[in-house]
Design a protein around this ligand. Structure first.
Ligand SMILES: [Mg+2]
Length: 371
């Protein structure tokens, strides 16, 4: 079997001159083969930048567009191809966008392998530990604190026993942050897990510690990305002071960055995104590292149903992969891009048993939102 083409498709819901919210754009790849098998992947990143990493022409030994490296290769040789891409893109890659692009292709290669061997991805990854994964619901909070009561109560009604919010206005103003957390906690009662995501907007560990203390009566399960992932001293200081667990790492790529982060941040939970960190191949290594540091891995996941499926297969095949994120985005790229998307059922997402990722794309959605 040979790779014949890598198709890169950029999608965007708002018009090009309109602001985009999380989940409203996407870049997906289709890896085509001479057997007719097609693998699907995505990168949750800046779509046009990822496209450039894949399609750019070769400049020198360390600046090859990823597509040119893979045409004619056997898609089943995933680890070797990962290393080939890593080496030959290392001037513009190594971290960040270059690894995001590798992630998308890597996921598609695993999808091809699953279809070729006629087994679900979790079988290829070593076997599944569970038939369903507990999911927590993530929403972007409404700007008026009291409006979040109904959103949070709605999630509990759907069956979530664990919820998270972040983005929007959250993190901008201490009093608004306090009021949002207060209203959400009051609305869901004391038995629901509540975690908050600052997307690094608390900026300093001093302010984060102040806020964490102020919010302590609301019994938060974890505080996510209070400060920038590069502020390892900030993370470490905070971890020693705060009762809630500290989580982070969704922006990091490769085992190298995660090793450094695990060594110095003292976080309780790492959150690699499978479509950014280097794909499934790299996620396995990051998972093993997290185990060695006694840290839980709860993948980040707030994009399309492709990321969702990849995360579910990965967690099913991970001994301690017991919790996942389930986006509450109403973007059609989350709700409709994958025609047979994985449902949320009474607190859990079922693990699929079809070959590969087991997903089919809705081509009408692709044509409607193609950028
Ligand atoms: Mg986050």
């Amino acid at each position: 079997m040979q790779i014949t083409n890598i198709e890169v498709i950029c999608l965007r819901v708002p018009a090009p001159d309109q602001e985009c919210e999380w989940g409203e754009d996407a870049v997906i790849v289709k890896v085509h083969t001479d057997t007719g098998l097609i693998g699907i992947g995505e990168a949750d990143s800046s779509p046009e930048v990822v496209r450039a990493c894949i399609e750019t022409s070769q400049s020198n030994l360390y600046s090859y567009g990823l597509k040119s490296l893979l045409i004619g290769e056997n898609p089943l040789e995933i680890e070797r191809l990962w290393n080939k891409m890593y080496w030959a893109s290392n001037y513009f890659g190594r971290r960040g966008a270059g690894i995001h692009a590798i992630s998308a292709i890597d996921i598609a290669l695993w999808d091809i392998a699953g279809q070729f061997y006629d087994v679900p991805l979790h079988t290829l990854l070593g076997g599944k530990y569970r038939d369903r994964i507990k999911a927590y619901g993530t929403f972007i909070p409404a700007p008026r604190p009291e409006d979040n009561r109904a959103i949070a109560a709605g999630l509990v009604k759907q069956g979530f026993t664990s919820i998270k919010f972040g983005g929007g206005v959250f993190g901008d103003d201490p009093e608004t942050d306090y009021q949002i957390v207060k209203h959400v906690r009051e609305a869901v009662g004391e038995h629901i897990e509540v975690q908050i995501d600052l997307a690094s907007k608390w900026r300093t560990s001093g302010h984060a510690a102040f806020m964490a203390e102020k919010l302590e009566p609301f019994n938060l399960n974890w505080i996510e990305e209070p400060v920038l992932a590069d502020d390892l001293a900030g993370y470490s200081k905070l971890a020693g002071k705060v009762r809630a667990k500290i989580a982070g790492g969704e922006s990091l790529t490769t085992r190298y960055e995660f090793k450094h982060f695990l060594e110095h941040s003292r976080v309780d939970i790492v959150q690699p995104d499978i479509t950014r960190c280097g794909g499934i191949t790299e996620m396995k290594k990051i998972y093993d590292l997290a185990q060695m540091y006694g840290v839980q891995l709860v993948p980040h996941g707030f994009s399309t149903g492709i990321l969702l499926a990849a995360s579910v297969h990965f967690l099913a095949a991970s001994e301690h992969g017991t919790l996942m994120e389930y986006s509450q985005s109403q973007s059609p790229l989350f709700t409709d891009l994958v025609a047979n998307g994985l449902p949320f059922e009474n607190g859990y997402v079922p693990v699929p048993n079809k070959p590969g990722l087991g997903i089919e794309l809705n081509e009408d959605i692709i044509e409607r939102y193609r950028a």
